[in-house]
Write a protein that binds this ligand. Sequence first.
Ligand code: CTP
Length: 223
Amino acid sequence: MSISRKKLHILVTLGPTWEFIDPIRFITNRATGILGYFIAQEGLRRGHRVTCVAGPSALCPLPGARWMNVVGAEEMRRAVQVIFPKVDALVMSAAVSDYRVKKPFLSKLKRRGRSFPLFLEENPDILDGVSRGKGGRVLVGFALETENLIKSALKKLKEKKLDLIIANLVSGDKDPFGNRKVDVHFLWKDGRQRFYVDISKSQLAKVLLDAVEDLALTRISER
Ligand code: CTP
């Protein structure tokens, strides 16, 4: 097998996470998981081994992939930590809740006829947790921002020790959630940047996989 055709093991996280308030209600976000699903599908199509860690969504497990369903950010973190040492690349497309309810109610919260505070505490950063033991693995993250897109994305690229970050703006008519076309910036650690306008998520999955394969190939030739 030529070096350029090396088959990789790729871990893809996708979807939102749920952080429970009580056994019935939770805090979440608008992520659908569709981009991560397309990335995993494209990975399989290219002959790579794919493991998915999926937050709650309407998506069914992808045939051919190892598929793990998780609910909260902490559960996703634990799953990623176990699988990460075995993979060549992590594509962290999940929209992880940054906060969880400090003390979720054990039974259904009843109407109280008054307002009351809900205390939130920070969830750990999953990428940050694995980046320390990164070794030669390829790390790809995403940045969804409502302002200062490039500046915030570059900060995350550096702080989370990523090889590549895909930056996406949510503002006015720019609504990237679900299966629709998006404008995205690819920002690499080595300073390269590329802007894709009005690209479908299935096409985005293809260019992202090209980038992951290139990065993995560079790692192999550096060894
Ligand atoms: N991420 C993560 N663990 C978290 C939160 C986010 O690994 N607890 C990952 C996401 O999967 C994404 C990247 O970090 O690939 C950026 O996520 P984002 O929510 O945009 O950024 P945060 O680091 O949470 O920063 P902020 O919400 O303050 O913008």
